[in-house]
Design a protein around this ligand. Sequence first.
Ligand code: 5GP
Length: 346
Amino acid sequence: MRIEEDIKLDFKDVLIRPKRSTLASRKDVDISRTFTFRWSGKSFTGIPLIAANMDGVGTFEMARAFAKDGDGLTVALHKHYALEQLEKFYDEQGASSVWYSIGMVRDDEEKLAQFVKNGRHPDKLCVDVANGYSEHFVSFVKKIREKMPDTTIMAGNVVTGEMVEELILAGVDIVKVGIGPGSVCTTRKMTGVGYPQLSAIIDCADAAHGLGGLICADGGCTVPGDLAKAYGAGAEFVMLGGMLAGHDESGQEVIEDGGKKYLQFYGMSSDTAMKKHKGGVAEYRASEGKTVRVPYRGGVAGTLQGILGGLRSACTYVGATRLKEISKRTTFIRVSQQLNTVFGNE
Ligand code: 5GP
């Protein structure tokens, strides 16, 4: 047994210190970015924000709404669409606004193989497992990279530098970072395993950038300021689940209760998801996700406007003309828990 004594931080443990700025208005801030990916060689230009591959978030409806804005926002489609539905979507909408998602299960692999065999190309792929630390996962990613040399691969999740390096060397363009911070995730409670998300981003970004790779901060953002902190800490992409739940684009039934409207939102390894997609919780694994009700919030466009407005404003506070500059201009200050409850992080 060993104890690491240095303190690891979450979003709620810090604020960003304001800096002198020449920017007159948040309208002057450019929050889109351009990247060329290490392995696929493909380029991306757009706002580096990704809707999580969860039921109610990573939907076709969300992807259509994102594509309409033309800002380059993307959606990781959830894994439970049928082959025919995916083919129809890609034929009609193209591949630019979506990530095709797979897990490390045979069904997903076979569906992807058939998708490719039928002449479609998932330009961007999200390979997603709860625990990205297994050797088997690294071999799986290597195999996919060999088969799909020009596909941009995002894979995870991990939270430490050595595993980020291993995944990048195995062929991953963007490493997904986060174990346990998700709004409907119970991994930390069920297993005691996890890593405070802000420190995970800082450590993983450093490791990735040393090898020409990128990271996506996945989970734990509850308010727009958390996105600013994630980019400030060095993440190129940020993935959102809970902040994008509860909208018309969730494709889920609206529940009315006591004069208020709600939508169900649940983790992808919750009992609810397991029952819906797999007919029950598999014996070998505990459910590591919960089910909650979130207030119905109408169309996602209004929510996005608030999120992106907050991000632009954060850039003006630190004097970053472009989102690209935010991490260089970020100084975090540690704050007491009490102070942060005022900012709505608890
Ligand atoms: P949020 O933005 O809601 O805080 O976090 C979204 C992320 O939570 C997802 O992208 C995914 O990585 C993670 N997640 C989704 N469902 C589950 C689950 O059932 N269990 C766990 N451990 N994580 C989940």
